[in-house]
Ligand binder design. Structure first.
Ligand SMILES: Nc1ncnc2c1ncn2[C@@H]1O[C@H](COP(=O)(O)OP(=O)(O)OP(=O)(O)O)[C@@H](O)[C@H]1O
Length: 651
């Protein structure tokens, strides 16, 4: 089919409009919060952060609170002492006398500065010790939560993005919030001291001072709202950008990126997304600046008004001239600490926005947590039974498999065949309890595996995946990771031999100690078939009661394939589910189950299905015909689950 020409202009990566993740929609209300709402939400974020700090280290948290409050009090005390210096200097009388009178207060000011310096050092050390501990605890909490979720959760793209946001940004903001809470405490204490000083001088002064905060407060809240709105508006573009960067720069896509000469096109798409983000950033910066300007203008009016009140109080004699210096100092301190308080509140509110993702992630993980307890799955079950099973992948509308009724008995070798997308891999995941059915039940000797203790279920299965993981470990670890509790050199050797992985290991520069990962400088990569051999060795080494081998030999050469199928055939104590398109390899399977569009359409032995002349017969004949018409190749020693005949008939 020729592509529609409009598709050349369409984005290659993702869609023009990607759906906003569910968790981002929930955060809309936080993004739209007014300053008052932000204030109301403050205790919640303080509770989360302080709670985490408290659980991490009670001693350090208490110490941090003490040094912060002490530092704030000393600052406040310094302010009051400075006021006394002014009072002494500006009162009536000869200058030398006034100077002498001011000396005790001056000594207190100097003392408070010195003490403040010491306390600031203490604050630095306590925070320096506490913050990394809290960050580590937050990191650990989120990592253990994510590690514990059920396998199916990773099929949900929203959840995967939430992991990125909650784990990375959430932990970062928890660290920031510790600092901002400390700043808030310090600025609040200084503010209270300034307001109390002003209040002592004249209550009207306090009221006037509060006016100076109006502009700042409004601007901080408005700018915060603009930033949060901007974050939500750009969340999907940031997702696209991160996927694009992966495709444009990672090794995984490097070969095809170059071979298909896609670099310029990918660069163009990357530029399109980043330009749109940049345009928004610029717009945001302009709007924020404008809002800040208005805020400062209002704040300036407030300050003018406050100084007007001061002037009026002095003019009417309600405030003695000697106290004017103190009043001016209190006003300056109050306006500075008010602005710091607003800033801390706003930063904390911004933090709460990201900490909410962290909390949502923890809650999502708890909801998707695989239950640690439940019925114990029977050991080496005599019967695996699927009754009325259907399964739909998260985010998909059509079921991948449906209406499945199937029984597999202990020791049976069951081959699953069918066209691409017919549901073979999915059925393998359902039989082994890796995925719970959407409807229906999968039972092992009558025990529903969906509600059984997952570790008991998984402990009994071995999966040789279609595209096995290339673990960034040594070659030896790539195999023994199959069952770390097993330390059996004979089993290791026989797993290597049965899978033909022995040839791979022997060809490596440091043999089994060779690191297999290009992410490390000393690492080495393998060919697809070599990785597959290690994957098979891992599955065999696991020695589980139920083995699912999903296209285990798709990338293997004929000799290795023959060795693997002999090994699988001899593993008769295992229940084996074998997914393959190479029908010659499964002629001797105990049962062949044919799937089409997610349903079982035929099952039986090779002879029965061949005689039935149905779907299986058709697939088999297509493959066999290719060999009949070709000049027969020299007969390989084909020993599979098929007859040990040459593969002239079918392969
Ligand atoms: N992770 C997934 N998310 C959504 N749909 C999926 C996912 N994996 C598979 N599917 C869909 O489920 C159906 C069954 O897929 P499955 O992988 O089980 O088929 P298969 O028979 O193993 O195919 P193949 O022979 O190509 O390996 C297909 O329609 C496929 O598109």
């Amino acid at each position: 089919m020729r592509p529609n020409t409009s598709s050349f202009a369409d984005p290659l990566i993702g869609l023009e409009k990607i759906k906003t993740p569910k968790w981002a929609k929930v955060s809309e209300k936080v993004a739209a919060a007014t300053f008052r709402q932000a204030l109301r939400e403050l205790p919640a974020v303080v509770r989360v952060v302080v709670g985490l700090a408290w659980r991490t280290s009670r001693g350090l948290t208490l110490l941090a609170a003490v040094v912060h409050v002490a530092s704030g009090c000393v600052t406040a005390f310094g302010l009051l002492a400075t006021a006394d210096v002014f009072t002494a200097l500006l009162r009536d009388g000869p200058t030398p006398e006034r100077l002498v009178a001011s000396l005790p207060a001056l000594a207190l000011v100097v003392g408070s500065y010195a003490l403040r310096a010491l306390l600031d050092t203490a604050v630095g050390s306590v925070e320096g010790a506490l913050r990394p501990k809290v960050t580590r605890a937050a990191d650990d909490a989120v990592t253990s939560a994510v590690i514990g979720v059920e396998l199916l959760a990773f099929e949900d793209a929203d959840f995967r993005e939430l992991i990125r946001r909650g784990a990375r940004d959430g932990v970062e903001y928890i660290d920031g919030c510790i600092r901002w809470i400390a700043d808030l405490v310090a600025s609040l204490i200084a503010l209270i001291a300034a307001l109390v000083t002003a209040g002592f001088l004249n209550p009207w002064l306090t009221l006037a001072l509060l006016l100076t905060a109006v502009g700042d407060g409004w601007a901080a809240a408005r700018v915060g709202r603009l930033h949060r709105r901007h974050f939500l508006d750009s969340v999907t573009r940031h997702m696209s950008k991160s996927v694009l960067e992966d495709v444009a720069m990672s090794r995984e896509f490097a070969l095809e990126r170059h071979a298909l000469t896609l670099q310029q096109r990918l660069l163009a798409e990357h530029r399109r997304v980043t330009e749109s983000l940049m345009a928004d950033d610029v717009r945001l910066a302009h709007r924020s600046n404008l809002v800040r300007l208005v805020g400062r203008a209002v704040g300036g009016l407030g300050s003018g008004l406050a100084y007007g009140v001061l002037g009026l109080l002095l003019y009417t004699g309600q405030l003695p001239l000697a106290l004017a210096g103190t009043a001016a100092l209190a006003m300056r301190t109050a306006s500075q600490s008010l602005s710091n308080t607003m800033r801390s509140i706003d930063l904390l509110h911004e933090g709460s926005f990201h900490i909410e993702f962290y909390q949502t992630l923890l809650a999502e993980c708890a909801a998707r947590h695989q239950p640690a307890s439940g019925a114990q799955a029977p050991l080496n079950p005599a019967e695996i039974k699927l009754s009325g099973v259907s399964f739909t992948y998260p985010g998909s509308e059509a079921p991948a498999v449906q209406g499945l009724d199937l029984t597999v008995r202990r020791g049976e070798i069951v081959a699953l065949v069918g066209e691409n997308g017919s549901g073979k891999t999915t059925l393998g995941k359902l039989l082994t309890g890796l995925y719970p059915p959407t409807t229906g039940t999968v039972t092992w000797d009558g025990v529903d595996v969906a509600s059984a203790d997952p570790s008991g279920v998984h402990d009994q299965i071995a999966v040789i995946a279609q595209d096995p993981a290339g673990w960034p470990m040594t070659a030896r670890h790539n195999v023994v990771v199959g069952r770390l509790t097993r330390d059996d050199p004979d089993a290791w050797q026989s797993a290597l031999t049965m899978s033909s992985a022995d040839e791979v290991v022997n060809s490596l520069p440091h043999k089994e100690k060779t690191l297999l990962s290009k992410r490390f400088q000393d690492g080495q990569d393998l060919s697809g078939g070599q990785w597959q051999r290690l994957g098979i060795a891992r599955g065999i080494y696991r020695d589980a009661s139920i083995l699912v081998a999903d296209e285990p030999t798709a990338a293997l050469d004929a000799k290795a394939e023959a060795r693997v199928f002999t090994a699988l055939k001899n593993a008769s104590k295992h229940t084996t589910i074998l997914v393959t398109h190479r029908l010659a390899n499964i002629k001797n399977a105990d049962r062949i189950v044919v799937l089409s569009e997610g349903r079982v359409v035929e099952q039986g032995t090779h002879a029965e299905l061949h005689a039935a002349r149905g779907h299986y017969h058709e697939l088999y004949e297509i493959q066999a015909a290719a060999f009949r018409t070709d000049t027969p190749p020299p007969a390989p020693a084909h020993i599979g689950l098929g007859d040990n005949e040459p593969t002239a008939e079918a392969r």
